[in-house]
Structure formats: structure tokens, C-alpha cells
Write a protein that binds this ligand. Structure first.
Ligand code: ZN
Length: 383
């Protein structure tokens, strides 16, 4: 259903909250908003009864959800993922690949290309995020060691030529990956340092070369030591590097989530789910890329106990982030909206409630639960 007007809203904008507000939508974009009596309209109206409305949530690192994965899920799996995450306030996402044989990654990117854009009843797919195989075996996490490799020009070039990649994670301390870093910068693809054993000095050099983001900070990287700050120390202190944070409270302990927030602030912290197919599924054993995974208590692990992505939604992540940092949605809404939009270069049309931007909105009740999601003016979820 396409909406024309939202009423009785408390809008979180860059200028601060606007209470007792209305917001008018035209052609899927925000036409205007203000507090006070709403304008009249012939179109559909959503009265949110005083609820808080943020820009729609944006997840730039998400492998799956509700039994589906980017890898091997095909266009149907991708659109199912987009619908699942929209039920949790997400209005845009970058389906993420993982380390796999070239043909499988290429197929996944072609699948993403096929469904890039609005998804009926779901979040908009903005492109893809490539995570692996150009990472470091020393920090492989759940990525398959035997498939991790340096970036070879013909192969990685073919991935970029799908024109669907918006974010790519690589290990920048590996010299053979430097040409790919440069090629991404040239094409406007955001480069993240991920699954990296870079020292602080190596990360600083990589940032000068164009790395602008750290993949799930603290996870899959050289940690923070007081005499060798590592990739984590670099990510926390280099102003040009934004930090992805898996905010499920499992991947990074809450006090360290707080540390990331204190170091990076609203412009440098972006919440991600890193969710896999187990997000939205009950506890149990599942098959993932030929391996058995177990979901127990909201944690998804390989048989050897390695954590393999999260089962959290961005809605849950936001809750846990607020709890860990002692902040409110009013103060930190940017970390799941405007900051990820900036990180992947779409802030001209997404990420904040501003006239002319896409009408992407998430509605939160007093307990912080998502009760409605609006994607480009379409009501795609309502509890
Ligand atoms: Zn990862």
C-alpha cells in the first residue's frame, strides 16, 4: 500500500525530534513534514499515534535471514531476505557474499543484480557486499581456509564488472590485494578492511590508500594491544575509517560496544547484523554451504564452535546497542541509518528524514519494537 501521509508522529531528524508531526509523501519521497495539524489528502494515511519514527534502517552486512542466504539462495532467496528484514525496520540492505569458489560468488552477484532495486513487500536491495575470498587466513573466522586467496585480476575484475558491488572487504596487508583496493576506489566501491591481520601501521597505510571502513570491528582482525594497537586500534582511532559493529551483544561484549561508540561516535559507528539464515529461525541444526551449523540461544556456530554470523536483526541490535552504551534512540538513530548510507554513498537519497529523500521510515513503539516499516512510501510491514 502506498502512503500519502503519516500523522501523529515523533520524527527523529538531524535538527532534533519533531513532535506531534505529520509527514507527506509524494512519488515515494518525503514531500514535506512539520508539527501541527496535518494537511488534507485523498490518499492513504498512517496514524502512528505518537510513536517515534526514524529513517529506515540500513544493513550493509547481511548474509541471510529466515532460512535464506545470499549465497546459493537465488533471486527468490534474496527477495525473501529483503522481506524478512523489512519486518524489523530495515528499508535498504546489501546482501553479502562469503568466501567460496569464484563461480558461486559470481552467481550470487548476478542474482543480486537481478533483484537490485525495490522488492515487493520488502526492503530495497541497493547492491552487494563482497566479503572474502581476498582476506587473511590468519583471521579467517568462519570463512573456509582452503578457498581464501589473493585477488587475481581476471577473477576479481569479473566480480567488479557485475556493477553491483557497493562494498568489498579485503585484507589490505596482503600486497596482492592492493590493485583491487585501488580499482574499487576508482569505481566508487567502498573498501573495508576485513578478516585482516593488519598491524596499526598497515591499517593506517591502507586508510591512506582508500580503506574507509572496518568489517565487524574486533571480529576477524588483529586486536587491540597497548603497544601494538592492531587493526582494531587503527579502526578505532583513524578518523577516515568507519567501524561496522555487530551489535548482537555476542560478537562484541557490551562494554567494548560502548568503547566503539565512545571512540567513533555517530558518524563513525555503523551497526550491522552479519545475519545468516538462522536469523528468524528457532534453535536447531541447519545446513549452511555444506556445513552443519547449530543455532542455540540466538548464537550460530560451526561444528568446531566457531561463531558464524549472527541471528540478530537490526531491530535487536539497536536495542542491545542502546543498552550497552546507555544512550537513547534520539541520540544514536544515525548509527543504523545515516552512517551506513554515507558509508556506501547513498546519503543523497537515503538515511535521514529530509525533504526530497526517499520516504524510508521505521516506526518504533515505546518499548523500542518496530511496529511499521515504510519503504519508498510503501507500507511493507505493520504489526
Ligand atoms: Zn566476517
Amino acid at each position: 500500500m502506498s502512503l500519502s501521509l503519516l500523522t501523529s508522529a515523533r520524527l527523529l531528524t538531524r535538527a532534533g525530534p519533531v513532535t506531534d508531526a505529520w509527514l507527506r509523501i509524494e512519488d515515494g519521497r518525503i514531500a514535506d513534514f512539520d508539527s501541527g495539524p496535518p494537511p488534507t489528502t485523498e490518499g492513504e494515511v498512517l496514524d502512528v499515534a505518537g510513536a517515534t519514527v526514524t529513517p529506515g534502517l540500513i544493513d550493509v552486512h547481511v548474509h541471510g535471514g529466515d532460512g535464506n542466504e545470499t549465497m546459493g539462495g537465488g533471486p527468490e532467496g534474496l527477495t525473501a531476505m529483503a522481506r524478512f528484514h523489512a519486518r524489523h525496520g530495515v528499508t535498504s540492505l546489501l546482501p553479502s557474499t562469503w568466501t567460496a569458489p569464484h563461480a558461486e560468488v559470481l552467481t550470487a552477484l548476478r542474482d543480486v543484480a537481478e533483484v537490485t532495486g525495490p522488492v515487493d513487500g520488502g526492503a530495497t536491495i541497493l547492491g552487494a557486499h563482497v566479503e572474502g575470498p581476498y582476506i587473511n587466513v590468519a583471521r579467517k573466522g568462519a570463512h573456509r581456509q582452503e578457498l581464501i586467496r589473493p585477488a587475481e585480476r581476471a577473477e576479481a575484475g569479473e566480480l567488479l564488472d557485475t556493477d553491483v558491488v557497493r562494498l568489498l572487504a579485503l585484507a589490505p596487508e596482503i600486497d596482492a590485494n592492493h590493485w583491487l583496493l585501488d580499482a574499487c576506489v576508482e569505481r566508487g566501491v567502498t573498501v573495508a578492511a576485513g578478516h585482516t591481520d593488519a598491524t596499526y601501521a598497515q591499517l593506517a597505510t591502507a586508510a591512506e590508500r582508500g580503506v574507509r571502513q572496518a568489517t565487524h570491528v574486533f571480529n576477524g582482525m588483529r586486536g587491540l594491544h597497548h603497544r601494538e594497537p592492531g587493526a582494531a586500534g587503527g579502526a578505532l582511532t583513524l578518523d577516515t575509517v568507519r567501524c561496522e559493529l555487530i551489535a548482537d551483544g555476542v560478537h562484541v561484549a557490551p562494554p567494548v560496544m560502548d568503547l566503539v561508540w565512545r571512540a567513533k561516535g555517530p558518524d563513525g559507528t555503523l551497526l550491522i547484523t552479519d545475519a545468516g539464515k538462522g536469523a528468524g529461525l528457532p534453535d536447531g541444526e541447519y545446513e549452511r554451504a555444506g556445513r552443519t551449523i547449530t543455532v542455540a540461544g540466538g548464537v550460530m556456530r560451526l561444528e568446531d564452535g566457531t561463531i558464524t554470523g549472527s541471528t540478530a536483526t537490526l531491530e535487536v541490535g539497536l536495542h542491545r546497542f542502546l543498552a550497552a552504551t546507555g544512550t537513547t534512540l534520539d541520540e544514536v538513530w544515525q548509527v543504523a541509518t545515516l552512517t551506513p548510507a554515507r558509508a556506501i554513498g547513498v546519503a543523497d537519497r537515503k538515511g535521514s528524514i529530509e525533504v526530497g529523500k526517499d520516504a524510508d521510515l521505521a516506526v518504533f513503539d515505546e518499548a523500542g519494537a518496530v511496529t511499521a516499516t515504510v519503504v519508498e512510501g510503501r507500507l511493507v510491514h505493520r504489526t
